[in-house]
Each structure stands twice: as structure tokens, then as C-alpha cells.
Design a protein around this ligand. Structure first.
Ligand code: SF4
Length: 474
């Protein structure tokens, strides 16, 4: 997880004032959302498919221990090596150890959110290894020294002009902003990396327990090159990314790309079972599967376990009004948007990330689009409840609620507070609205105006009305 350098509210402020990022984000997420609808309409009964996928994911998570053992046995039977990593540090150690034991110097990577989560690149680079991202978006993010801002489109927040200037500055090429020309530049640079790397690291979209098959879903073909050209392939997956059988894989593939990018299937769907066999013309000599827990077992035992059924399609980000307003970096963690607001506090700790549970309007758009129908608003409410129970609410909320409790249990105090607020806000207001509240209250008016209180409370107005009823009324 990325440690947040500044407060959530400061990051939101930064995102809200970045008009270029907001325009790029609005256009891209809007396009994804529209394409998703069109693509789902091509399924004969999309709702039934979603229901079946949800049931399958819930069934799988409920018996995760059994499927993990089955997967491990099958991967090893196919010639792979399975490693269990209880936390991020263990995963870093295991993967660095594999590289060092095999005299690896250059590593190519295909897109993987779990490796972002465990800060794998930094750990490998600290061990003296060169790591090159090969997914175009991840490559751009690596050049820009930024984390991804979307779980399927890492540089969704960047315009092509920004990418053109980045390539000019970092790669020493002439400025261009035509997407095809930019892709050609990246392809030329990355081709050398593909041919010279000793080790490829990939994520895993889904692992099939009954066959030990690792599935990779990509649009650029770089995943296929990372997993077949170098002599060692290391696949890294969160322990929940498992499906019991090939039929279950087929079921979930029907909705993954449709929900993510609006494609019926991604351009490449690679199914990898074991390393190269004697009769194979190519493929890696070694296949390692690293199963990363890093907090998932604890989530499994909680009443928020439903979040583990997520298939990481990113659809909830694309429709979230909060994500679309503040951008992915404002969340300060690997997983942004509604799914990240649930997952991050659970994986990285309530102390640092508990506030993310409030980064939602609870409008329900995320629940509507989630292909496996995760009740994200319900989980966020549970998380807020847990935050309060654990004594983690922010100071302003604690003090505010204490003051409110005092006022509503003492009518005279409530009336006095109302009168003071009415007088104070009307003093500050222009045409009924306050542009900037004083002190810590300015956090509210940072993004919107605040209405002045009415001159009279509802009770006072009601009492007056009772005293002088309008004609025709009692
Ligand atoms: S929570 Fe649902 S919509 Fe969001 S990424 Fe996961 S599967 Fe997709």
C-alpha cells in the first residue's frame, strides 16, 4: 500500500483543483461506462450470468482453504513451485530470493495490482535488480514515478499531451501526442527489455484450482511475452483470485472484460499450466506461483468478507461520483474508488486509512454496476460502524457528535445553539450563502457554499403559525 504523505482532505483538495486530470478522467470513465452497457447487452441474459458469477465467487471464498490446497497441488503436479507469503515483506523476500538464486539482473513485469500492493518494485530495486513495467499504462506510470490511479487503466488521469512531454523528457525522443506514435515509441524501447530479461513477473486474474491453470487477461500481449520469453516466470496472486473449475473461469470471463472495458473478451486471454515441458518449443524453464495473504485471511473471518469476491473489473470506479471528482491518487492507496475504500482500510489498517470509508456518497451506483453484485455501500456503512466502535473516528467527528449529543439532550442549549448559528451565519452570508466558513469549518466551504440558517427555527415558525392561523385553517 502507498503510504499517504498528506491528509486525505488535502489530497482531495489537490484532485478537485486539477482540471486537466478531471477532464481526462471524466472522458475515460464515461466511455468505459457507456461501453460496459453496450457490451452487457450482447449477453442473452446478463443478469442471470451476474447472479451465477456472484454465487460461484461466494461459494469459492467460503471454501477458500480447500481450493487453495487443490490449486497448490495442481500447480506442483504441473511442474511449478508454490510459495506462501503471509504478508508483503515475505512476498518481497521470496521473489527477491528467486531472482538472486538464479543470477537474475533484469526483470520485466506485466500489470499486477497485488505487486503494487506489496511494493515489489521498490524491494527488487533495493536489491540491485532492474525492473521494467511492460504494460503501456504501467510503463508510463513508472516513467512518471507515479502510482497507478485506476485498477485497470493506470494512467487514466493523464492526457496524451502530458504523455508526449513525459516521453520527450525521459526517453529523449521528439514530442508527439498521437496515441499510435506514442505506443510505437514504447514498443521500440520495451522490445529490447523483452529480449534481454531473465525473469518475468505477472499477476494472475484467476487461477483454476482443479487444473493449476493461471489465467492472464490483457489487451497488449505484453503479459504473454513476460510469461514466455524469460527463463523464469513468477506469478503473484492474492489468495482470493481463485476459481474452482474451467467452467467457473468461463463464467467469470463472460463478465470481466465487459464490466471493465466494454469488450466481450480482452484481446489476449492466456491460460498457463506449468513451466515449459520437454516437447514445448518455448516457455519458461521455471514457474513460481506466489500466493499472497497480506491481510486477506483476516478479512475472510470478518463480516466484510464479501469484498473478497471482487473480480477487479474497475466498473465501480467508473461510475463513482467521488472517484470521478477527486481521481485515484486522492485515495492514497493502491486500490482507489469504492472497492478501495473498503479494501484499503482492511488491508492496510484502520488507523491510517479508516477515513476512506467516508469517501463515498453512498449513492449506490457502484452496487448497480458491480458484476458480482457486491453491496459496496453496505460494506462501507459496516466499515464506518467498525471505525466508530474501534474508537478511530476523526477528532472533528468525535467532538462534533459529542457537542450534538449535548445539545439535543438539553433543549435550552439546542435553542441557544440554533440562535447563535442563525445570527452568525446570516452575518457571514451574501445573498443567503456563505462562501468561506471560518477556522476548521472552512473544510466544508473548500468545495461548496454553505447556506445561512433561517432567521427563525421550525419550532418558532410553527408556534407563530398556531398563534395566527391563516384564513381557512384551524
Ligand atoms: S467491487 Fe465489483 S465493480 Fe468494483 S472492481 Fe470489484 S467486481 Fe468490479
Amino acid at each position: 500500500m502507498h503510504t499517504a504523505p498528506i491528509s486525505l482532505y488535502d489530497r482531495i483538495e489537490t484532485g478537485m483543483h486539477n482540471d486537466i486530470m478531471r477532464a481526462a478522467l471524466g472522458a475515460a470513465t464515461g466511455r468505459f461506462a457507456t461501453q460496459r452497457l453496450a457490451s452487457l447487452a450482447t449477453l442473452p441474459d446478463a443478469d442471470a450470468v451476474r447472479d451465477r458469477a456472484r454465487a460461484m465467487r461466494r461459494r469459492t471464498i467460503a471454501q477458500l482453504d480447500r481450493y487453495l490446497i487443490e490449486l497448490s497441488d495442481q500447480v506442483e503436479a504441473a511442474g511449478g513451485v508454490v510459495h506462501w507469503a503471509p504478508d508483503a515483506a515475505a512476498a518481497q523476500r521470496i521473489i527477491t530470493g528467486i531472482a538472486q538464486a538464479n543470477q537474475v539482473r533484469t526483470i520485466i513485469k506485466s500489470k499486477s495490482m497485488v505487486t503494487e500492493e506489496i511494493h515489489l518494485n521498490a524491494a527488487l530495486e533495493a536489491a540491485g535488480l532492474q525492473v521494467i513495467e511492460t504494460d503501456l499504462g504501467e510503463y508510463i506510470a513508472q516513467l512518471a514515478e507515479e502510482p497507478p490511479s485506476h485498477i485497470i487503466a493506470p494512467v487514466l488521469h493523464k492526457t496524451r499531451q502530458e504523455i508526449g512531454r513525459l516521453f520527450q523528457q525521459k526517453l529523449g525522443v521528439d514530442y508527439v501526442d498521437d496515441p499510435a506514435a506514442l505506443a510505437a515509441i514504447a514498443r521500440r524501447v520495451l522490445r529490447q527489455a523483452f529480449l534481454s530479461a531473465d525473469m518475468g513477473i505477472s499477476g494472475v486474474n484467476f487461477a483454476v484450482a482443479s487444473t493449476g491453470t493461471l489465467t492472464l487477461v490483457t489487451n497488449e500481449g505484453n503479459g504473454r511475452m513476460c510469461t514466455s520469453l524469460p527463463r523464469i516466470h513468477v506469478a503473484v496472486m492474492g489468495i482470493e483470485r481463485i476459481v474452482p473449475t474451467p467452467d467457473d473461469l468461463a463464467l467469470v470471463l463472460q463478465i470481466l472484460a465487459r464490466s471493465a472495458t466494454g469488450q466481450k473478451l480482452s484481446v489476449y486471454t492466456s491460460l498457463l499450466t506449468g513451466p515449459r515441458r520437454a516437447a514445448d518449443p518455448d516457455g519458461p524453464e521455471q514457474l513460481h506461483l506466489v500466493l499472497v495473504d497480506n491481510g486477506r485471511s483476516s478479512i475472510l473471518q470478518s463480516d466484510l468478507a464479501e469484498i473478497l469476491t471482487c473480480i477487479r473489473c474497475g466498473a465501480c470506479l467508473n461510475v463513482c461520483p467521488v472517484y470521478r471528482s477527486i481521481g485515484g491518487h486522492a485515495y492514497g492507496s493502491t486500490y482507489p474508488g469504492p472497492v478501495g475504500s473498503v479494501l484499503t482500510p482492511l488491508l492496510a489498517g484502520m488507523d491510517e486509512f479508516g477515513e476512506l470509508a467516508h469517501a463515498s456518497s453512498l449513492c449506490g451506483a457502484c452496487r448497480e454496476v458491480c458484476p458480482v453484485r457486491i453491496d459496496l455501500p453496505g460494506l462501507l456503512l459496516k466499515l464506518r460502524h467498525d471505525t466508530v466502535q474501534a474508537g478511530h473516528p476523526p477528532l472533528w467527528l468525535r467532538l462534533g457528535l459529542q457537542a450534538y449529543a449535548l445539545a439535543v439532550t438539553h433543549p435550552w442549549l439546542y435553542r441557544l445553539g440554533g440562535k447563535l448559528a442563525s445570527a452568525g451565519t446570516r452575518l457571514l452570508a451574501r445573498e443567503g450563502w456563505i462562501r468561506r466558513l471560518p477556522g476548521p469549518l472552512s473544510a466544508w466551504t473548500g468545495q461548496r457554499d454553505f447556506p445561512a440558517f433561517a432567521p427563525r427555527s421550525f419550532q418558532e415558525s410553527w408556534a407563530r403559525r398556531r398563534q395566527s392561523p391563516t384564513p381557512g385553517q384551524e
